[in-house]
Design a protein around this ligand. Structure first.
Ligand SMILES: Nc1ncnc2c1ncn2[C@@H]1O[C@H](COP(=O)(O)OP(=O)(O)OP(=O)(O)O)[C@@H](O)[C@H]1O
Ligand SMILES: [Mg+2]
Length: 225
């Protein structure tokens, strides 16, 4: 399978006053289409910085990011917004769902933003909620769902517009281990049975075996373990 993501000597430096934090140093990673990749490492090792750059939310200080074989590093903000909206999906640490909307409405609303037509929105929203095992909870609001269920709604929303890749920064850190593993298994299923590509960060060592590939970061560099 071809690479959907590749980086070339990615560096990200943050200047704070007189100090420069080297959050990423010469990071070279690749992600194959249809795979589940985990980025791991201690707090402050650069996971979020890396996923933000891969997801075109931030730019590297040096180096390049290739998405679907195209160098996206130097594209305009507008072009990058477009790629993010159409080809990428995002899941954050905790839900970020709209509280007064049902699970169904949350997913449907995301599709509206992506420009899907009414009929298709309905079909896709129901299909994706079924995919994450929440068909029966479709009309519940986030407050009426468990933390794990809320994350599954967030996953349904992130995949509904059929992105080429989904990024998830610590999607399980607000959950207990059992629920966390449930959420990661949903990702596994989407990769295995629906051809999705997922890149996620985690601290949790029990998640590693479920990944096709694991990159470990230490002080902004990838290390072999
Ligand atoms: N906007 C910023 N300005 C200055 N320093 C930053 C900024 N963002 C991140 N850093 C620094 O870069 C390093 C990497 O941060 P990052 O958030 O990527 O770590 P992380 O691996 O995601 O950690 P955690 O597991 O705690 O989420 C840290 O030393 C952090 O303090
Ligand atoms: Mg982080």
């Amino acid at each position: 399978m071809a690479d959907i993501i590749a980086t070339s000597n990615l560096c990200r430096y943050f200047e704070t006053g007189s100090e420069v934090v080297k959050a990423l140093q010469k990071v070279n990673i690749t992600v194959k289409k249809g795979s589940l990749t985990i980025l791991r490492g201690r707090s402050g090792s650069g996971k979020t910085t890396l996923i933000n750059i891969l997801g075109a939310m931030d730019r590297p200080t040096e180096g390049n990011v290739f998405f679907d074989e195209r160098d996206i590093t130097g594209l305009t903000d507008f072009e990058r917004d477009d790629i993010r909206r159409k080809d990428m999906g995002f899941v954050f640490q905790s839900g970020a769902l709209i509280g007064n909307m049902s699970a169904y409405e949350n997913v449907e609303f995301g599709l509206r933003i992506s420009g899907f037509e009414t009929k298709e929105r309905k079909v896709r929203a129901i299909e994706c909620l079924n995919m994450v095992g929440l068909g029966k909870r479709m009309n519940h609001r986030p407050g009426e769902l468990s933390g794990g269920e809320q994350q599954r709604v967030a996953i349904a929303r992130a995949v509904a517009h059929m992105p080429k890749i989904v990024f998830a920064d610590e999607p399980t850190s607000a959950l207990d281990t059992t629920m966390g593993i449930q959420v990661v298994k949903i990702f596994r299923d989407l990769v295995q049975n629906h051809g999705l590509t997922v890149v996620m960060t985690t601290h949790d060592p029990s998640m590693m075996e479920i990944a096709d590939q694991v990159y470990t970061l230490r002080d902004g560099e990838t290390v072999n373990e």
